[in-house]
Design a protein around this ligand. Structure first.
Ligand code: ADP
Ligand code: MG
Length: 321
């Protein structure tokens, strides 16, 4: 009998998708948010769950950070469509012997990110659990009718771009798991892992530019996420590893620990930056700071380059042919 692990997360989602047809004009499974059509604004909906020992370790993350992150990862999916968040719903399953103080501090973190993004909490659900803390957030957003930036709109010749720097969060996680000493640089990386900033203003500005074709947020790492744009747009991509934007903190810590910074930047997840494709003739119209990391082509395949030359990407790092 095939296990869920053998089928994989995306295999299972495909099976679910095959059973349900969204109504005409509604975008269902397959993008960062569902898009429910209405005038003047479409409604965006997204939901994400964080499970103890799968997504976080209770012994390491503070309750404030968990509260922040559980809302932030959902707000990032609203940002990924170029949307404005309008509300969130918070569902929590908590072990009954958990201290009340933990819950209060969790709410403090949730309130802080809600304030930062100017988005109200509108409801949720609360229940007991046997052991694990589970947090599920649903976020709602708005975006003028038919203007949401989808994963499926990349065009051959587009430049592939990202906001911010890549790999900080992944290196932060690696530092947490391998107990490296917490220098100021390591602390900054861990902060990016636990307190991601949804790129809401950037997403809206990118939508308003009119020059962006496809967009998504980076939750699994570009090596995995670009494949979603490729498959839904029916295109291929070249990405140059030497162009990946990396922070000084990432480079310093990777140097000290002997980690491959480019591998972390390409393959580790949870950056929650925006990955988008843009018309090459209109890139100069984009005022949001960004880095070009590659180009969309018609091959249907993902090819890695390093300094313009073909490179092999493996978990062990990059080797030239
Ligand atoms: P993201 O990383 O942007 O949150 P996911 O990779 O979690 O996106 O999900 C990809 C798509 O699959 C989304 O459109 C999401 O709504 C959908 N999806 C994920 N799990 C399920 C599920 N159990 N049932 C229906 N749709 C799902
Ligand atoms: Mg997403």
């Amino acid at each position: 009998m095939k296990t869920i692990k053998e089928m994989g997360e995306f295999g299972l989602i495909d099976r679910i998708k095959a059973r349900f047809e969204p109504p005409e004009g509604t975008l269902g499974i397959g993008d960062d948010c569902a898009v429910l059509p209405s005038v003047p604004d479409d409604t965006l909906v997204t939901t994400d769950m964080l499970v103890e020992d799968i997504h976080f370790l209770r012994s390491d993350i503070t309750p404030e950070d968990l509260g922040w992150k559980s809302a932030a990862v959902n707000l990032s999916d609203i940002a990924a469509m170029g949307g404005e968040p309008t509300g969130t719903f918070l569902s929590i399953a908590l072990p009954v012997d958990l201290e009340v103080e933990w819950a209060e501090r969790f709410i403090d973190g949730y309130a802080a990110i809600s304030r930062l993004c100017n988005v109200p909490l509108l409801g949720g659900d609360t229940t007991a659990s046997e052991r694990a803390i589970t947090v599920s957030v649903t976020a709602l957003g708005a975006c003028p009718h038919r203007t949401a930036l989808l994963r499926s709109s990349a065009e051959v010749g587009d430049l592939i771009c990202v906001t911010g720097t890549l790999g900080d969060s992944g290196a932060g996680l690696k530092a947490i798991l391998s107990s490296v000493s917490r220098t100021e640089d390591v602390k900054k990386l861990i902060e990016r892992h636990y307190r991601p900033t949804p790129r809401i203003a950037e997403g809206i500005a990118l939508r308003l530019s009119g020059a962006v074709h496809a967009m998504m947020d980076i939750s699994d790492g570009i090596a995995s996420d670009i494949r979603h744009i490729m498959s839904s747009s029916g295109v291929g991509a070249d990405i140059d590893l030497s162009l990946l934007p990396m922070s000084r903190e990432l480079l310093t810590v990777c140097e000290a620990e002997g980690w491959d910074a480019a591998e972390i930047a390409a393959a580790a997840g949870e950056d929650y930056e925006l990955l988008f494709t843009v018309d090459p003739d209109r890139q100069s119209e984009i005022k949001v700071p960004h880095t070009v990391i590659g180009r969309v082509n018609a091959s249907g395949k993902l090819a890695w380059l390093k300094g313009g030359l073909p490179a092999m990407f493996s978990k062990k790092g990059f080797t030239h042919f």
